[in-house]
Design a protein around this ligand. Structure first.
Ligand code: XMP
Length: 333
């Protein structure tokens, strides 16, 4: 008889047992429900020996990193270390248009930065009561990712992992071999949400739509430049704010505004402009393996389109993606 309350207690005990009383654990905290619930369990289990890191890859949503930092501090007492690496990511992404190349570059840059953080954290912990080696890396892997055994494309994961049959998975941060700790590996998303609620995590974190590790980079077709990220980010913020205002957020599984490679002609006042094209996408899904398009009222979409064209400079056209999955993926790339 499966009891969520038992899960939390058993998992905390398992984490303590695995990690012991010296080792440090590094964890990527994105603000998503999986990493937040994982972080809450770690914090409960080993306190300050859990080190939460947020890497800003320059492709996050508007105000995301400040909001995540604030919420984790406020609701979980977690002191999130923010690594501001936007310039580095964008410089490595310059001229890269191939979707899988984008993912590889972003993934390996995350790894480089986590390794740097691990070294910094060990140094910082020296000569304190919490001195120890970083031996573990928290991963918000869910059961569906475990089945696929390839969590790189799972909703929560940023780093490719390999699940050895019978053994604990490991991850190599360039020169550093860390063991993976995966407290959610037996759970489905709705169970993670239930546990999040049980742990007292705020509804705004528990109910968040998933956001991919590479962020806006895989919602921008073609070049990822600072200017193009800015445009997609502003449009996305308008779309999501309107969705929330209309009370539709919880009926939608995932929604965003992306950017097309092409431009199109528009008229502003008496001028013809060569403007950007925003692609809106909103889907409903249970498992993210297949998805259906969300049915908005036309008037809602028309209002979003008008607001984006008025408020986001350079945008001349807004389209709504009507493709279900399959054949379309949820992300644009
Ligand atoms: P697709 O686009 O494949 O997305 O239909 C299914 C789910 O996976 C997420 N996704 C990713 N998450 N890194 C991630 O962390 C990725 O590279 C990635 N690609 C897709 C997507 O947001 C959706 O929830």
């Amino acid at each position: 008889n499966w009891q969520m309350g038992d899960f939390v207690q058993l998992e905390i005990a398992r984490i303590r047992d695995l990690v012991g009383d010296r080792a440090l654990v590094l964890g990527a905290c994105s603000g998503g429900v999986d990493s937040t619930v994982g972080a809450a369990l770690m914090r409960e289990a080993i306190g300050d020996r859990f080190k939460a890191i947020f890497i800003d890859n320059g492709c996050m949503r508007l105000n995301e990193r400040d909001e995540v930092k604030e919420k984790l501090a406020q609701h979980l007492g977690i002191n999130l270390t923010v690594v501001d690496a936007g310039e580095l990511f964008l410089s490595r992404l310059e001229g890269v248009t191939d979707p899988e190349k984008k993912r590889k570059i972003i993934g390996s840059t995350f790894i480089d930065l986590f390794e740097k953080e691990a070294i910094r954290i060990e140094k910082e912990a020296e000569n304190t009561p919490n001195s120890g080696k970083v031996e573990w890396f928290l991963q918000g892997t869910l059961y569906p990712d475990v089945i696929e055994s390839l969590s790189f494309r799972g909703p929560s994961a940023t780093i490719k992992t390999h699940h050895n049959v019978g053994g604990l998975p490991e991850t190599r941060l360039t020169g550093l071999l860390l063991q993976l700790i995966e407290p959610l590996r037996l759970l489905f998303k709705d169970e993670v949400r239930a546990i999040g609620r049980q742990l007292g995590i705020h509804e705004s974190l528990v109910n968040r739509h998933p956001f991919p590790g590479p962020g806006i980079a895989i919602r921008i077709l073609g070049d990822v430049t600072k200017e193009r990220v800015e445009i997609a980010r502003k449009a996305d913020h308008i779309f999501i704010s309107k969705i929330k205002e209309a009370g539709l957020y919880d009926q939608i599984s995932q929604a965003y505004a992306g950017l097309d490679t092409n431009r199109s002609v528009g008229v502003f006042g008496d001028q013809r402009v060569w403007g950007y094209i925003i692609i809106l996408r909103a889907v409903r899904t249970k498992d993210f393996m297949s998805a259906e398009v969300f049915n908005f009222d036309h008037s809602f979409l028309a209002d979003v389109s008008r607001t984006i064209c008025n408020q986001v400079e350079g945008v001349a056209r807004v389209v709504y993606d009507l493709t279900s999955k399959p054949p379309g993926t949820i992300e644009l790339e």
